[in-house]
Design a protein around this ligand. Structure first.
Ligand SMILES: [Zn+2]
Length: 405
């Protein structure tokens, strides 16, 4: 065999590209995955996956937001002679709302978007095309492989809900997971940040701002004092304390039901709704940042009073968005991932990310999971495109992972 021969099975790249363009053409923003799940199912059947191997779980019945379907789960029985533990390959089916109306077009070694005001949706239709190509190539080339579970999750973009609420028992006893959701196939993401999302309902008291402002309690003033305190304490934006690092942000400040806070310039604002988040690779520090916001809002509400000494009120709710994780460099899943990247002739780049991934929840469910890229670029923007060299690498990497040791 000449030294330049590929160490990994080849992929029909024209068929893989056709799948990618096909999936990019189907709208399926977060929570509305019905059409794309049907398109993926059709493509799997065309590739030779039996209909009986394709199911939906009931995760959508547990997701607090309306969601058209459950996660799509495909089980491919093992074909290798040597018994081996089942492996999980996963990706998310949904895209961000900005992708509605995308029109993919192949341009050289890229897929770009002809629709001017939309994102393309390579995040994460690249992953969908990688998983379907994996199944298609295993069947077409009759390659021996261990039992495989393919998982296409819903509602990743709106809060990792599909991965969070799934039942791990539905996944066929998989020993480890490979998630496709990123830019470069050589990047092996072995850790990710954790985050809280929180909201505050600040209640003051309305009064005529010109005639009797002293009878009012301004919710706007409470919010301002609270945020000034958070800022002064070093808890806003980039947070560094005692060797720990994290971030926080106030995302929206508004009134009830998506309306602006306050009714008119001559009325003391009686209600403000604030939404924010806290992040860190240290789970305890995430909670400390969130606690600093809670304390600041509570104190500010007590400080602003009307003429009879009655204070305002801040009701603070936080929920764990996802827990941080860091897999060990010598964990079997990381070693298998690094070996597969090396088999492509590339240098594995082990890294951690400051965004949440479905992998955060898989690790929490007890399934060690690494994440790779497959060509997404400039995601969540109208400049989004897919790098076809990385997409092809992602397809070959999946095949190497499924057929390697
Ligand atoms: Zn994604």
């Amino acid at each position: 065999m000449p030294p330049t021969a590929p160490a990994t099975p080849a992929v029909d790249s024209a068929a893989a590209l056709a799948r990618l363009v096909r999936f990019l053409s189907v709208e399926g923003v977060t929570g509305r995955e019905g059409d794309i799940s049907r398109e993926i199912t059709a493509a799997l059947k065309e590739a030779g996956v039996p209909a009986g191997a394709i199911t939906y779980d009931d995760t959508n019945t547990r997701i607090p937001e309306p969601t058209q379907t459950g996660n799509l789960i495909v089980k491919l029985p093992g074909t290798a002679k040597k018994p081996a533990k089942p492996l999980l390959f996963m990706t998310h089916m949904d895209t961000v709302p900005l992708c509605a109306g995308a029109k993919p077009k192949v341009q050289g070694k890229r897929v770009v978007n002809e629709a001017a005001h939309a994102a393309l949706g390579g995040d994460n239709r690249t992953g969908c095309a990688v998983l379907v190509t994996l199944a298609a190539e295993l069947i077409r080339q009759k390659l021996p492989h261990p039992p495989l579970t393919l998982l296409f999750t819903v509602r990743e973009e709106s809060g990792l809900f599909g991965a969070k609420h799934l039942n791990p028992a539905d996944l066929g006893g998989v020993a480890m997971g490979f998630n496709f959701d990123g830019r470069s196939a050589a990047d092996v993401i072995v850790g990710a940040i954790g985050a809280d999302r929180w909201t505050v309902d600040v209640r003051g008291r309305a009064s005529h701002a010109g005639v009797a402002p002293e009878k009012g309690v301004s919710a706007t003033l409470i919010v301002s004092l609270a945020l000034a305190e958070v800022h002064a304490g070093g808890w806003f934006g980039k947070v560094v304390k005692n060797g720990k690092q994290g971030t926080s942000n106030v995302g929206t400040v508004g009134g009830p039901d998506g309306k602006p806070a306050g009714d008119a310039t001559n009325v003391v604002t009686d209600f403000v709704h604030v939404k924010g988040e806290s992040r860190s690779h240290d789970a305890k520090f995430v909670r400390e940042i969130t606690a600093a916001y809670k304390a600041a809002f509570t104190a500010a509400a007590a400080r602003v009073k009307d003429h009879e000494g009655r204070p305002g009120k801040a009701t603070f709710h936080s929920r764990l968005d996802y827990v941080p994780f860091r897999l060990k460099d010598d964990a079997p899943v990381v070693k298998r991932a690094a070996a597969a990247v090396a088999a492509l002739g590339r240098e594995p780049n082990l890294r951690v990310t400051n965004g949440g991934l479905d992998a955060n929840w898989m690790v929490k469910h007890g399934i060690p999971t690494v994440t790779f890229g497959a060509g997404q670029n400039e995601i969540h923007t109208v400049k989004e495109y897919v790098d076809l060299t990385e997409f092809e690498s992602g397809c070959r990497l999946a095949l190497a992972l499924a057929t390697g040791e």
